[in-house]
Design a protein around this ligand. Structure first.
Ligand SMILES: NC(=O)c1ccc[n+]([C@@H]2O[C@H](COP(=O)([O-])OP(=O)(O)OC[C@H]3O[C@@H](n4cnc5c(N)ncnc54)[C@H](OP(=O)(O)O)[C@@H]3O)[C@@H](O)[C@H]2O)c1
Length: 450
């Protein structure tokens, strides 16, 4: 990874890496451990020249060769001669400045920053296009799963009609623990925290915001759509109770937090929500911290990829693959189809040249069967009142399930309804919320069946 006098004849690519944290450390390890294989197979001398980290002095940098300059100064980092910038700081500042500067200076830029890619990906792509630079961001969605490459390359020939996925390992772990072991939400969250699967402040994960950022990036690629995360209807997992997973089991289903994008004739339906997922669907089997993405092409049908969506080493694989492709691009060696991954080469060009349009997002065609859970103070006439509200909106009841419960002042039961528009069921549940027997507001979940 440092200049190698034996390889003077190979083209050299100088890499500047920002962020020596969970992912950055693993990228450096991979580049060092696989150095000779990369050099031999790609014919490029990759050379790590500088690392920016505000607290590098407190970290174990003993394995980093002395030729690599360590700095905590952003300006020194940006001034260091390099051909490629790898941004692994996270957050907005100074990550945004580093990405923009790299692109403006015609360097290859690789980032894993989902927050910035969701917010400013379109601008970065325009910058990359204007400056004939390169942007790789495979690791910004679903860690080790090469979803961006698959969407941009492997399935490019097909017309994508839907993308849905389990995009947050923390939420998937929490829901799996609640379903498998009957834990309350708070217990499952603290278990996730003690195992290092959830941050001390888990808000971004459990609120669904992290999934929303990733869905915005996927939608931009799958549908050439400019989607701001703020436009996506988002609900997290905090309202889910063990009883919901119990009733889901009775319905031969489980509960998963999904990001779902469906292409309708003239608009997109985008949603992040816990869904009741039938056990016959592949996403139902993806448990614990794993992620999975299901892409539906009009000709290919459904393609499912699953794997580790986070963690230093898995994420570093995606980052390093981007680095290698960026190096090939930088040296003029054309990446083979299987290696290409970036936002620079020809298929990426449509977005870069500005043909990506702002597609309207609407729930006007968003139709699902629904699961509605109630926890009530029991009294006669409850089902009749609820049935009336549903009937007024022509919503057909599919089933009513009530497990025996000794506490009649906190009685849980569920109603499932036949497919209906999201907006219609929300209206009905809005009216149901006002009824005096509710101990907590009813929970409505869309259902995915075969
Ligand atoms: N971890 C994952 O599993 C994963 C998965 C997919 C994508 N990502 C993305 O990868 C990126 C990096 O994540 P990570 O988990 O590696 O984060 P991390 O462990 O917090 O590492 C970030 C590193 O950058 C340093 N840093 C932060 N701000 C800085 C600044 N202003 N100036 C200089 N150094 C700074 C941090 O120093 P301190 O130690 O002092 O904070 C830390 O060493 C993020 O965009 C994240 O969303 C991560």
């Amino acid at each position: 990874m440092v200049p190698n006098t034996d390889n003077r004849s190979l083209p050299q690519v100088r890499v500047a890496l920002a962020g020596f944290g969970t992912v950055g450390r693993e990228v450096v390890r991979l580049l060092q451990e696989e150095e000779s294989r990369y050099r031999e197979q790609l014919g490029i001398d990759l050379c790590l020249v500088t690392i920016l980290d505000r607290s590098y002095q407190k970290k174990d940098t003993s394995g980093i060769p002395s030729e690599v300059r360590l700095t905590d100064s952003v300006s020194e980092f940006l001034q260091a001669p390099s051909d490629m910038i790898v941004e692994l700081l996270g957050g907005s500042d100074p990550a945004d400045q580093i990405i923009r500067t790299g692109l403006e200076q015609q360097k290859a830029v690789v980032t894993a920053n989902k927050l910035l890619m969701a917010q400013s990906g379109k601008e970065y792509l325009a910058l990359a296009n204007q400056n004939d630079s390169y942007l790789g961001f495979e690791a910004s969605v679903a860690g080790a799963i090469p979803i961006i490459r698959v969407l941009r390359r492997s399935l490019f020939s097909d017309r994508i009609v839907g993308v849905r996925g389990i995009l947050n390992g923390t939420c998937n772990f929490i829901l799996s623990e609640m379903g498998d072991n009957g834990l309350e939400y708070e217990e499952a969250l603290s278990q996730a925290q003690s195992l290092g699967y959830a941050e001390a402040d888990p808000t971004l994960d459990v609120s669904g915001a992290d999934t929303t950022d990733k869905l915005a990036i996927l939608s931009a690629i799958a549908f050439k759509a400019v989607v701001s995360p703020q436009q996506i209807a988002t609900r997290g997992v905090t309202e889910i109770k063990p009883v919901d997973l119990l009733y889901a089991q009775k319905l031969d289903s489980t509960i998963k937090l999904l990001g779902v994008a469906v292409k309708a004739s003239d608009h997109l339906c985008l949603r992040v929500s816990p869904f009741l997922v039938s056990n016959r669907l592949p996403l139902s089997n993806v448990s614990g911290v794993l992620n999975a993405v299901e892409i539906t092409g009009s000709s290919a049908g459904s393609v499912v990829l699953s794997g580790r969506g986070a963690g230093g080493a898995p994420t570093a694989v995606s980052v390093t693959s981007d680095i290698l492709n960026a190096a090939l691009w930088k040296t003029g060696a054309k990446p083979s189809a299987s290696q290409a991954t970036s936002h620079h080469s020809s298929t990426a060009g449509e977005e870069d040249s500005g043909s990506s349009a702002s597609k309207p997002i609407s729930d006007k065609d968003e139709r699902y069967p629904f699961f509605i859970r109630f926890i009530v103070k029991d009294r006669p006439g409850i089902i009749a009142e609820l049935a009336n509200i549903l009937a007024e909106r022509k919503i057909n009841i599919d089933s009513v399930l009530e497990e025996s419960c000794s506490d009649s002042s906190n009685l849980p039961f569920i109603i499932t309804v036949k497919p209906i528009l999201f907006s219609t069921v929300q209206e009905a549940v809005g009216q149901m919320k006002a009824l005096d027997f509710n101990q907590i507001p009813p929970l409505v979940l869309p259902m995915l069946q075969e």
